[in-house]
Ligand binder design. Sequence first.
Ligand SMILES: [Zn+2]
Length: 361
Amino acid sequence: MKNSKKLIAGMSVVTGLLLILTIVLMFTIGPWKKASTKTSDVRAPRKTSEKNTEDPDEDPDATDSQSQGEALISGSEWTASDEDPWDDPETTEPSEITEETEEPTSETEDTTEESTEETTEETTEETTAEPTPEPETSSEPEPTREPGNSGGSYDLSGMVIVIDPGHQRHANSDQEPVAPWSDETKAKVSAGTSGVATGRPEYEVVLEIGLRMRDTLEAMGATVIMTRTSNDVDLSNIERANIAVENNADVFLRLHCDSSDNSSARGIGVFVCSRGDLADSQVKWGDWLGNCLADATGSNYRGCNASTTYSGLNWATSVPSFLLEMGFMSNEDDDWLLSDPDYQQKICNGVAAFCSKMKNR
Ligand SMILES: [Zn+2]
């Protein structure tokens, strides 16, 4: 009897201990489970913020407010290939963009539709406050550039600047050699593109900007020679180049507007010749021009491309020569801007800043 009583007492002690152990385990395992679900919750938003930081790397130049829908191609990417990423502004327009240019834009394009409808400030606030998935890419190109901040006056006295507003009312498909060193021929002058929103022809817009540019540069002391002051001319690309060469231009500036099948493509591009005595400096100067324009307008600079594609540049390698694509008439926003007098003046201010840089180089 005594033994069985002891046994029962012993067993109840063991049962008690087991019970306590179970309770302790329940308390310790419970919170651990909770903690593990918490870490997986944290992981989800981190993904979206990782995605955001990737975008600026893709678009190191995308710093202005107007490049929201358009990613940029760095100058180095371009010059690496001899293939012209854009179509020839002297011949066929509207131009196609090659895959090379389309690929980097696709990321930002996705968010373009949403972003254009919102004000830029709103998007920025949202981004900094919380990692919401949508508007990040659109806010990333924003803040660094202040449009119109280079409207200062420069002393351009002693400079000879030849401005060639591209195209003319009627194209001339007669052929002329594409370069002094080439048997290949090309149309003397093409019709150019037209605005998707304004409906205006390129030849008209570039002349309007060209005349304003002449007035701006002359007011700063430069001697400005226009290849044309009317749309009703018949001037081949070689004839235009000859005007720059004969006048020994300090700057020969060919004014064009771009066009693309990708309606979100926008911004400023510069083309130079990759041959001739000045070839080593042309890309550097081209970047000066593009960056001066970007600073003055707030638009994005897409880079400088050197090639032997353009007869108007190939025939003027003895002087610093630039084909300037001032914006895309295939993009509604760019198209409106190109016909806006305030924006046109910003372009002219950017060119003045560039000419000053060329004078003092
Ligand atoms: Zn053109």
